[in-house]
Structure formats: C-alpha cells, structure tokens
Ligand binder design. Structure first.
Ligand code: URA
Length: 186
C-alpha cells in the first residue's frame, strides 16, 4: 500500500474485526511514539492495562521497559512501541497463529510508514514471528540480523524479567548494545 497514511492505518486497525479478539477488546492498542523513530520496539500483545488505556507497555512490564530505556539514555518518546497483536488475548494467553496472521499486516504497514533503522523484538513470541520461527531467546537474545532495510534483534520480554530477575544483567547488556548500535547508525 504505497499511499498509506497513519490516519487510514489507525482507522483500519480500530475498526478491525478479522479475528475473535475484537469482540472482547476495550481498546485496540495501535502503537505509540515517534512516527519517524530510528527504533521500533515490538512486544507480543496488549495486557489488561494496555487494553484499558489503548497504550502499549503501560503496566508493570512497561514500567520496567521504561527503566531500561532510561538507563541507556533512549527517551521513550524517541522510539515507537507496538505489538504483534493489537487486541488483548483473554487472560493474557499466548497469541494464536491465526490471530498473528490476521494482525501482522498492521505491523507491516507501521514498519513501512516508520522506516526504522532497527527493530527490537521484546520477547520470544515477537522474535519467533519477526526473526525466525525457531528463534531461541535464551541463546540468541542480543544477536543482530539484517532484514531488508533494517537491523533486527531480540531482548527478553520485561514480563519475563519480572518473573526471573536473574536475567536482568543480560537485559541491561543487550540494551547497552542497542544504544551503541543506534549511535553508530546516526
Ligand atoms: N506485554 C506486551 O507484549 N505488550 C504490551 O503492550 C504489554 C505487555
């Protein structure tokens, strides 16, 4: 879609009825941030707080993500944050493949409009969809891959770090590498 616009994309997304999740959503969680960002962060799917507010990563996991962004001096307003799924799966279950298939074109359209220099997958589900179906987050987090016009990497999902704080050091190291790469690309 070469004549796509943010207005059209948002309206399509907010009116989407392509999967069952539209029936239980409070809000479509479209995405937020700088529409010309160098970095696009992609999570999995909205949780309860995101469904209520319509904004990605505003709950406990989001607050932790904010802390990492702050720690490596990447202002949250300077990045774009979105998810693979725009509607919340009931009880925060993993997205179904059919739901991802129904939703992924919205993310592709976001990527085409933003034209980021790098994409950072937040967690396994996002990495398996955007990097490789057999992506192993514990082994491959922080590795860089080239795709089209951008670099792509994956880090632990902040919700995992809340459950397993021992991985926080690795997360900080990955976030520092991301900041360094960003500075190199500027
Ligand atoms: N987890 C996600 O993957 N995305 C959000 O927006 C919030 C929590």
């Amino acid at each position: 879609m070469s004549n796509d616009t943010w207005e059209k994309l948002r309206a399509d997304c907010e009116g989407c009825t392509a999967c069952e999740l539209c029936k239980t959503r409070t809000n479509c969680v479209f995405g937020t941030g700088d529409e010309n960002a160098d970095i696009l962060f992609v999570g999995e799917a909205p949780g309860d707080n995101e469904d209520k507010t319509g904004i990605p990563f505003v709950g406990r996991a989001g607050k932790l993500l904010d802390q990492y962004l702050f720690a490596v001096d990447i202002p949250r307003e300077s990045v774009y944050i979105a998810n693979i799924l725009k509607c919340r799966p009931p009880k925060n279950r993993d997205p179904l493949p059919a739901e991802e298939d129904a939703c992924i074109e919205f993310l592709r359209r976001q990527v085409r409009l933003i034209k980021p220099k790098m994409i950072v997958c937040l967690g396994r589900i996002s990495a398996m969809r955007l990097i490789s179906p057999d992506f192993k987050i514990t082994k491959q987090h922080g590795e860089w891959f080239e795709k089209g016009n951008f670099l792509i990497t994956a880090v632990y999902h902040p919700a995992l770090l809340l459950r397993d704080p021992r991985r926080k050091e690795e997360m900080l190291a990955d976030m520092k590498k991301i900041k360094q790469k960003l500075d190199e690309l500027k």
